[in-house]
Structures are given as structure tokens and as C-alpha cells.
Design a protein around this ligand. Structure first.
Ligand code: SF4
Ligand code: SF4
Length: 147
């Protein structure tokens, strides 16, 4: 766990967070590494169970994090500008939650104090995601349990 002040996310606005605090917000669920579809008119997002080829499904790490934007041009890079309209991020994403002035869930490592609660609560995608290299039709992989 990163060395952060107690419950900083309740008092420090996103705009004022330092790098350590900002990084600590990421629960490492890897939901943002799943392919998804967007209904343009309604902006409704539907996830698939198919993940990016660079996702290490055991650890949840990106296999080439420094080059992720070059490897995958639409790889999510969460910034303050993105958070002005974060509808396309997972509903459970800590950045989106705070941008929408909502509380972090009990399973978030900053709240639980235990990084394993992301897995035990079923919020880590690594256990069930299919690598994009193992499928050629994303529309066969639509799911409705990831939000
Ligand atoms: S969805 Fe949000 S909290 Fe989860 S890994 Fe992506 S950036 Fe981190
Ligand atoms: S490049 Fe890395 S961070 Fe980006 S979507 Fe793929 S696995 Fe996730």
C-alpha cells in the first residue's frame, strides 16, 4: 500500500492531489483494459469480457506501461480533463467516483486497507477476462455485470 495520509481522498480535491495520492486511487481492477462498445446517441457503454493483449491477467499489470499509449492508441489515460465527463469509465472506477463526488466502495484498497479485496469482491477482471488474441468477434463477448 502506498504511503498516503489517512483518508486523503475525502479532503483533497482531485486537482490538488500529489502523484502518490493520484496513483493510489487506482484500485487496479483493470476494468478499463476491457473492450467496450458505446451507443453513440445514448452514450451507453457496454463492456465485453475481452481484455487488451498487454494486460497481465494474473497481476493486473500492463505488460508495457511506459509505452501503453503508443501500443494501444485508445488506451485509457485518466487525466483531470478526462474526468470532466467520465461517463465511459467503469462506474466503480475511483477516479470517476470522486469526480462525481461519490464515496469509494468498501472493497477499495484505500478503504479496506487490503489490496486483495479487489479480487475477493469480484472486481478484478483478471480471473475471467479473455485476451483479445483469443477471440475475433467482440460482439459475442458482451457482458452486463461490469459497470
Ligand atoms: S477502472 Fe479506474 S480504478 Fe480500475 S484500473 Fe482502471 S483507472 Fe484504475
Ligand atoms: S495498454 Fe496496458 S493499460 Fe492500456 S489497455 Fe492495454 S493493458 Fe491496459
Amino acid at each position: 500500500m502506498p504511503d498516503c495520509d489517512n483518508e486523503f481522498w475525502k479532503t483533497v480535491p482531485l486537482q490538488a492531489m500529489n502523484k502518490t495520492q493520484w496513483e493510489a486511487l487506482c484500485d487496479r481492477c483493470a476494468k478499463c483494459c476491457l473492450h467496450r462498445f458505446e451507443e453513440r446517441k445514448t452514450r451507453q457503454i457496454q463492456f465485453t469480457n475481452v481484455c487488451c493483449r498487454y494486460l497481465d491477467r494474473e497481476s493486473g499489470d500492463c505488460r508495457d506501461y511506459p509505452n501503453r499509449s503508443r501500443n494501444v492508441p485508445d488506451c485509457v489515460r485518466v487525466t483531470l480533463a478526462v474526468l470532466e465527463d467520465p461517463y465511459w469509465l467503469p462506474e466503480s472506477c475511483a477516479y470517476r467516483l470522486l469526480a462525481e463526488r461519490k464515496a469509494l466502495p468498501q472493497w477499495h484498497p484505500l478503504v479496506s486497507g487490503d489490496p486483495h479485496t479487489v479480487v475477493s469482491s469480484g472486481n478484478f477482471v483478471g480471473g475471467w477476462a479473455v485476451c483479445e488474441l483469443e477471440t475475433d468477434n467482440l460482439e459475442h463477448h458482451l457482458i452486463d455485470w461490469v459497470r
